[in-house]
Design a protein around this ligand. Structure first.
Ligand SMILES: CSC[C@H]1O[C@H](OP(=O)(O)O)[C@H](O)[C@@H]1O
Ligand SMILES: Nc1ncnc2[nH]cnc12
Length: 303
């Protein structure tokens, strides 16, 4: 039975800059969860909406005290897994790298480039080595459902197509980009830029959690001659303007989930460790394996 898919949705939400709470939920309770990887960014808000379970974690903490490099991404993903999440949606502020995506728009990215360099990027390592595929880092099902929910909320939503991926460039920060960098990312074909969704998406894949990003455009970074360079005040002002839309999107998404029993993700995300772990059982370090008790729970239960 360990490979049976979850038949009930428990939606995890990682709230980014400007999104530190979700009002209007049933039975809300902030719950502290500890992990073998250290402390997550904050307690997790457990709640329900019409029977669908929701788990909300503000990525930078409620007081936004954690910079993108200080967020403990491993602890956050592990804690969401321990909280029973079946799927994780990131709601993030991003700069637009293309004229077509303007502040206020929602961009459902399907590709990512990871330029971060000062973060722990894997649950695996000495004592248990794994190489998961992140060829397609985003769960297409969750992304499509979130896009529809955002549409219904009245947002201007951009979706990837067969011919055109939408790419999120993850930079280390905390400083914003130079103009030369911003122009280079545009030449690379990137669509939006942020500082947090990598290694988050990679870690979600290792934890066998379908993950999607709803990127909310707040600025034009610093490449656009007709717009000023990004600053925190403009990002937060735009997120505040859009937070009602984000909240409505979450409510719509929950209502959609309520109407459809959950089945396994067609992309195989939920069983991807079966083809990723290379260290044979006899060579595994018991200490490392104990730390993987939540992340690799399904895998370990069958081996
Ligand atoms: C406050 S501007 C830069 C900040 O905003 C984005 O955060 P998040 O992805 O958590 O919404 C960006 O990645 C930076 O962390
Ligand atoms: N221009 C930008 N660069 C990096 N992260 C961002 N978050 C919001 N806008 C951003």
């Amino acid at each position: 039975m360990t490979n049976a898919p979850h038949t009930q949705w428990t939606l995890g939400i990682l709230g980014g800059s400007g999104l530190y709470d979700l009002p209007g939920l049933e039975n809300p309770e902030w719950v502290s969860i500890s992990t073998p990887w250290g402390a997550p960014s904050d307690d997790i808000l457990f709640a329900e909406i019409e029977g669908v379970r929701l788990r909300f974690l503000p990525r930078h903490g409620r007081g936004h005290a954690l910079s993108p490099s200080d967020v403990n991404y491993r602890a956050n993903i592990d804690a969401l897994k321990r909280a029973g999440c079946t799927d994780v949606l990131s709601i993030s502020a991003v700069g637009s790298l293309q004229a077509d995506y303007v502040p206020g728009d929602f961009v459902m990215v399907d590709q990512m480039i990871d330029r971060t360099f000062a973060r722990e990027k894997s649950f695996f390592g000495k004592g248990c080595v794994a190489h998961v595929s992140v060829a397609d880092p985003i769960c297409p099902r969750l992304s499509a459902l979130a896009a529809d929910a955002a549409d219904q909320a009245g947002a201007n939503v951009h979706r990837p197509t067969e011919d055109k991926s939408l790419t999120y460039l993850a930079m280390e920060g905390p400083q914003f980009s130079t103009k030369a960098e911003s122009h280079m990312y545009r030449q690379w074909g990137c669509d939006v830029i942020g500082m947090t969704n990598m290694p988050e998406a990679k870690l979600a894949r290792e934890a066998e959690l379908p993950y999607a990003t709803m990127a909310m455009v707040t600025d034009f970074d610093c490449w656009h001659a007709g717009h000023g360079n990004v600053d925190v005040a403009s990002v937060i002002a735009m997120m505040q303007k859009n937070s009602a839309m984000a909240q409505k999107t979450v409510l719509n998404l929950i209502k959609t989930l309520q109407d459809r029993p959950r089945s396994a993700c067609a992309s195989g995300i939920e069983t991807n460790l079966d083809v990723a772990i290379i260290t044979p059982q006899e060579a595994r370090d018991p200490k490392r394996m104990a730390m993987l008790d939540a992340v690799a729970k399904r895998y370990l239960a069958q081996s």
